[in-house]
Design a protein around this ligand. Structure first.
Ligand code: 13P
Ligand code: SF4
Length: 355
């Protein structure tokens, strides 16, 4: 049987497999090489657990150099990935922009599948790996290329703005992509007074409130953000009267209306670092506040978050396994690469003009 390690491989089994290939002892050399990382995560990772993480971090960082690999990690990855092994961290737009500048031959995407596909679209000649290809996204699952073609038929000539949280096949039949950090800008810049904005109904509704254009939506939603309610926000206000509450625009409009700031994951991080509120609740995925807490002093991060099960499929064990075995490789049908890539490149170009 072919050995494999993914998010559901029990940790002791994964470690047993990895131990056949790597020295996973917490030696003095490993302790020294990882002490700066531990300084950044010590508030989030108990000292007693560090001997389990440190050897994996050490081996991954060594293997990256040997394999000429770079690790792109989304802001929702765990602190041990975000601070321990990632070369580039960011929101979806930042990761896409950075993917255009990568000089290494191998990209390991610590994030979900659509993010790895975006990296592949922008680097068709490089090897793009995802440590667990089942790391999906409820938004990407909510719409197919045929659905988009059907909408185009229903609304002929109306530009289609597609959230990057979609498959390459969906991107290939759209005019331009957007992310949560540039959605309003892109909608305002496309031609016409009506726009089809898919598939996140809430991002579309939140954008529609800020633009003069008519926005036609799709019924997709992020399973992590759609569950937050206005009632949750008023409970948080009641529990933490002095705290600022900030949220991701994939939350329903009633939530966005009730918070102090809404923005992409990168915009939320910037907001906290700039405004330095004494207490803050980040209404989004739980790793966000863990990651930013390590980089921000004087801010007390309070809990009001949900976990994305897809993002959490990626762990240090399967990152090391992925680099060791060069699996799982992300491939995109060459027939759709040019059109899908164009939609992403148009977005990057339009975002630059907005600088
Ligand atoms: P960002 O582009 O804001 O990082 O969002 C990506 C995502 O998946 C949020 O749920
Ligand atoms: Fe998809 Fe939501 Fe998870 Fe982001 S948080 S990857 S939008 S399911």
């Amino acid at each position: 049987m072919v050995q494999t390690i993914n998010a559901i491989t029990p940790l002791d089994e994964a470690r047993a497999i990895l131990s056949q290939h790597f020295d996973l002892k917490f030696s003095k050399a490993v302790e020294r090489a990882t002490e700066k990382v531990f300084d950044r995560v010590r508030d989030k990772i108990p000292e007693i657990e560090w001997p389990f993480y440190a050897p994996l971090i050490f081996q991954i960082n060594q293997l990256k150099r040997e394999k000429d690999a770079v690790i792109l990690a989304h802001n929702y990855q765990t602190p041990q990935i975000y601070h321990g092994v990632a070369d580039i961290v960011g929101d979806s737009l930042q990761l896409a922009v950075e993917a255009t500048k990568v000089r290494q031959q191998v990209i390991v995407q610590c994030g979900v599948h659509f993010m790895a596909e975006t990296s592949k679209l922008l680097n068709p000649d490089k090897t793009v790996l995802i440590p667990d290809s089942r790391a999906g996204c409820s938004l990407a699952e909510s719409i197919t290329a045929d659905d988009v073609l059907m909408m185009k038929e229903k609304y002929p000539g109306v530009p289609v703005v597609t959230y990057v949280n979609t498959s390459a096949a969906v991107k290939a039949v759209t005019d331009v992509c957007c992310t949560s950090s540039n959605a309003l800008d892109i909608v305002n810049r496309v031609d016409g007074d009506t726009v089809i904005m898919i598939p996140d109904q809430y991002l579309a509704q939140n954008t529609a409130k800020k633009t003069a254009k008519k926005v036609i939506t799709w019924a997709g939603a992020c399973e992590v953000h759609e569950t937050f309610t206005a009632e949750d926000i008023s409970e948080l206000r009641h529990a933490y009267p002095t705290a600022k509450i900030i949220a991701h625009p994939e939350c329903p409009p009633e939530v966005i209306d009730a918070v102090d700031f809404a923005g992409s994951t990168a915009a939320m991080i910037d907001w906290v670092k700039t405004n330095k509120p004494p207490r803050v609740v980040m209404v989004t995925e739980c790793s966000m506040s863990d990651n930013v807490a390590s980089e921000t002093t004087g801010v007390d991060f309070l809990r009001g978050c949900n976990i994305c099960p897809h993002m959490k499929r990626i762990n240090l064990e399967n990152v090391l396994w992925s680099l060791h075995t060069m699996t799982e490789e992300v491939l995109v049908d060459p027939a759709i690469i040019p059109a899908a890539r164009l939609a992403v490149e148009r977005m990057i170009e339009m975002s630059r003009k907005g600088d």
